[in-house]
Ligand binder design. Structure first.
Ligand SMILES: Nc1ncnc2c1ncn2[C@@H]1O[C@H](COP(=O)(O)OP(=O)(O)OP(=O)(O)O)[C@@H](O)[C@H]1O
Ligand SMILES: [Mg+2]
Length: 418
């Protein structure tokens, strides 16, 4: 098969819109498949103006920094082209990729995701599914160039360290579903709004982290990329791996896209990354899984503050009690622990005083239960933004007061004008 640019030889740039529909109007699509029939089929299914390339190498000369989503045809998985595609995806953070496969198996999914593919869809492609997949695969804003070697330290998007280390706040619970991610994400958004310096949210729920989904982000990079470049990781490179939550300015280091990657990441790696982040951030908020593992223990040890989240039912209280005992056994200084009672107004048989007596700890924050929380989660918008006047928002703002004072109204408007 010739490696030439086949389907639209006069179109010099791959920057052609696949479909005039509003969703996809801004996304440039190209099809890659070395099998001519398969490529033609995909091009015609994906949209009249999509350009087809036989190989990824044929596409590279046309890349000009514009965001492009690659639709990889079924042949890519069998013709050995995946490593070359992986390399190009690594080198070009402006590219997103979707794989179209005849038969989706776990091993195919693993191979594809490891190569940097964001989504796998079944052939023949369905237009609606393709449109959704393109949204997922479209890279979000790239903060700076992907590689430190190519990143310019003079770019104004690189935040300088000023010698003062940011506070590390770990949000933990020994009970799944207690509200850790909701509290971590919203606290981080409030802190980002108040802080002059950057605030970073790290998703250390390495297997099942859902911060990216909760904030409707399609990350191009995750903590896996940071761990893979640990030997040369510096402030510029780590910043290039963070995703920006546009409406708040919060920086996010997402969890791996696949649970299997969690195995590659241990406490020393996570600690090293967070030590780097705190050099240029005022606060690093860390979300965690609902159990103790070496990463969580390392985080608790290095954190300035540990928020222990508990729900208002007996299993929650029982598990949090065990968690507290474990922390005491590990000689965790109790001064850095703060109890956050979530759904504190739940109409259950427990009241706050009873819970505090049982745990022998006074609650530092009471977050009410409110339908606005799941509504916000489902919309992918932080509740502090979608329901700014709700009791939940007020409670999270009070929680944030513990770590960062409320800015005066004038300071706030100044920050907005910047
Ligand atoms: N204060 C609240 N009021 C109403 N619903 C809430 C509240 N806090 C959390 N929830 C809901 O509870 C669910 C679990 O919340 P969240 O994902 O934050 O928990 P988690 O502790 O991170 O869970 P996991 O252990 O699975 O990571 C979410 O669907 C969220 O909408
Ligand atoms: Mg969670």
């Amino acid at each position: 098969m010739s490696g030439s640019f086949i389907d639209d030889a006069d179109a010099l740039s791959p920057g052609h819109t696949a479909d005039p529909s509003a969703d996809r109007a801004a996304v440039n699509l190209v099809v890659i498949d070395s099998d001519e029939t398969s490529r033609h089929d995909l091009v015609s299914q994906a949209g009249a103006e999509v350009v087809g390339f036989a190989t990824i190498a044929d596409l590279v000369p046309y890349l000009d920094g514009e965001i492009v989503v690659l639709v990889l045809g079924p042949t890519c998985i069998v013709d050995g082209s995946l490593p070359a595609i992986e390399q190009v995806l690594r080198d070009h953070s402006e590219l997103g990729a979707i794989l179209v496969a005849e038969d989706i198996t776990t091993s195919l999914l693993t191979q594809a995701l490891r190569a940097g593919v964001k989504d796998v869809i079944a052939a023949p492609i369905d237009q609606e599914q393709l449109a959704e997949s393109i949204v997922r695969a479209t890279p979000t804003k790239v903060v700076v160039a992907k590689d430190a070697a190519t990143a310019s330290a003079s770019t104004d998007q690189v935040f300088e360290a000023d010698g003062e280390l940011g506070k590390v706040i770990t949000v933990f619970s020994t009970k799944g579903g207690a509200g850790k991610s909701v509290i971590a994400a919203n606290l981080a958004v409030v802190l980002a709004d108040r802080s002059e310096k950057p605030v970073c949210l790290v998703d250390a729920d390495l297997q099942f982290g859902d911060i990216a989904v909760m904030l409707k982000l399609s990350p191009q990079h995750t903590v896996v990329d940071a761990v893979n470049s640990l030997d040369r990781l510096d402030e510029t490179l780590i910043q290039s791996l963070l995703v920006t939550h546009e409406s708040s300015g919060l920086l996010i280091l997402p969890a791996p896209l696949e649970p299997a990657f969690a195995d590659q990441i241990g406490a020393p790696e996570v600690t090293q990354i967070i030590e780097l982040l705190r050099r240029f951030c005022s606060h690093v908020v860390v979300d965690t899984p609902a159990y103790f593992n070496d990463v969580v223990l390392g985080l608790i040890e290095m954190s300035d503050e540990v928020l222990l989240v508990a729900g208002m039912d007996i299993p929650n209280i029982k598990n949090v009690k065990i968690g507290l005992q474990t922390l005491r056994l590990l000689n965790t200084p109790m001064e850095k622990l703060r109890l956050v009672l979530n759904r504190s107004n739940s109409k259950v048989m427990l009241d706050v005083g009873e819970v505090e007596r049982n745990l022998q700890v006074t609650a530092d924050a009471l977050i009410p239960s409110d339908i606005v929380v799941p509504q916000a989660v489902n919309r992918g918008v932080p509740v502090v933004q979608s329901a700014p006047r709700s009791g939940v928002t007020k409670a999270i703002e009070q929680l944030a007061d513990l770590f960062s004072p409320q800015p005066s109204p004038t300071a706030k408007s100044k920050k907005r004008r910047k």
